[in-house]
Design a protein around this ligand. Structure first.
Ligand code: 5AD
Length: 366
């Protein structure tokens, strides 16, 4: 604690740090400081969001991907994956199941599938908006052109998740082939924000080549970019990737970083990710105790779920209702519980003076 006491005080007072201080804090924080961070993050979360945890249903609708990220199980060069793409009907049916279980945000996620055109997505979005007018749609489809992001926003998508993966360009090059560019990724994130999406970035914790210096870059980026959402979980190896034999990320470090994100951005939407829940049996509760306020269980049909294996051990079974019941039971042990609702970012909440989702809704009505 002692070595970092001054830096910690500065973080508590100013809610931001210079990059070098982030590095020192992350490299040298001991158990006491980590506990203090957890406790502050938890207090901030309870003050802002009470004991409520929002849940979103994620539909992993295509595992086709033109990219070759070295960590990812559905990377293009993995020939052992059975590739699938759900139809509109299958996606709408999955959302209907989620809606019946109280979900009011649908996250449409997929690899970068060249067959997923703007026209195809626009039609899907309009169907979802008509069928579920009380629900928000989040997209997580990787890098697309600004024009594409604009049309999808106009078609009614109000949020977009695009993890930056790492804010250190050299580290980015260690995790991705040369065809995938760090500056292009960052440009996409800036486009999404400018267009008006509630925008999410994020990184894996413990990816190969990552140390305190890289995480310090991530925290410095996050405090400048001020995303509405942060998707952050441990790196977990997948057997058919170049990182098959790398060590998985560490749970305590992941929880510490989640707490730091909550302290920097008190209003941020911060899921206890599937990867965290895969690594730690009580990962949802521990995530929430560290500052998380969202959980995103899968609504992907079980036959396809086993083919959307980004890392080994990802849960592939369980219906929506039983998964929600399990999560709710886990949360009730720490005095929290799942609540139904769109769960917009406080600064952009509908009816309450926000602009982003109002704009998306207005655009869709036109
Ligand atoms: N371990 C943990 N997270 C992973 N992702 C992809 N592969 C892995 C892995 N092996 C994450 C990436 C991506 C998100 C959809 O899943 O950060 O952005």
């Amino acid at each position: 604690m002692d070595a970092c006491e001054g830096i910690w005080r500065r973080l508590v007072d100013e809610r931001r740090l210079p990059r070098e201080d982030w590095r020192l804090l992350i490299a040298h924080a001991g158990p006491d400081l980590k506990e203090e961070a957890r406790s502050l993050a938890s207090a901030i979360t309870r003050k802002r969001f009470g004991n409520a945890v929002w849940y979103r249903g994620i539909v992993e609708f295509t595992n086709n991907c033109r990219n070759d990220c070295l960590y990812c199980g559905v990377r293009r060069s993995n020939g052992s994956v059975r590739r699938y793409r759900l139809t509109h009907g299958e996606i709408v049916a999955a959302c209907a199941g989620g809606h019946a279980a109280g979900m009011r945000t649908f996250v449409l996620q997929g690899g970068e599938d060249p067959a997923v055109s703007d026209a195809w997505l626009t039609e899907l979005l309009s169907e979802l908006r008509t069928r579920f007018p009380d629900s928000a749609v989040t997209l997580s489809l990787g890098e697309r052109s600004r024009k594409s992001y604009e049309s999808l926003f106009m078609a009614g998508a109000s949020r977009y998740l695009l993890r930056h993966e790492t804010a250190d360009p050299a580290h980015y090059a260690r995790l991705h082939p040369p065809a995938q560019s760090f500056s292009r990724r960052m440009a996409c994130l800036r486009d999404l924000r400018e267009i008006g999406y509630q925008t999410g970035c994020g990184m894996m914790i413990g990816s190969p080549g990552q140390g305190a210096e890289q995480l310090a870059c991530d925290m410095a980026f996050i405090q400048e970019f001020r995303p509405h959402m942060i998707g952050m979980g441990p790196f977990l190896p997948h057997h058919a990737t170049p990182f098959a034999h790398e060590r998985p990320g560490d749970g305590e470090t992941t929880l510490f970083l989640l707490s730091l994100c909550r302290i920097v951005l008190p209003d941020v939407l911060l899921p206890a990710t599937t990867a965290l829940r895969t690594l730690l049996p009580d990962g949802c509760a521990r995530g929430v105790l560290a500052g998380c306020n969202v959980v995103m269980p899968s609504m992907t049909p079980e036959t396809e779920r086993s083919e959307y294996l980004l890392y080994d051990g990802k849960p592939v079974s369980g219906g929506v209702k039983e998964t929600l019941a399990k999560l709710d039971a886990e949360l009730s042990r720490i005095g929290c519980g799942l609540v139904s609702g769109r769960g917009d970012h406080p600064a952009t909440r509908q009816q309450e003076g926000g602009t982003a989702c109002r704009t998306a809704d207005a655009a869709w009505r036109r």
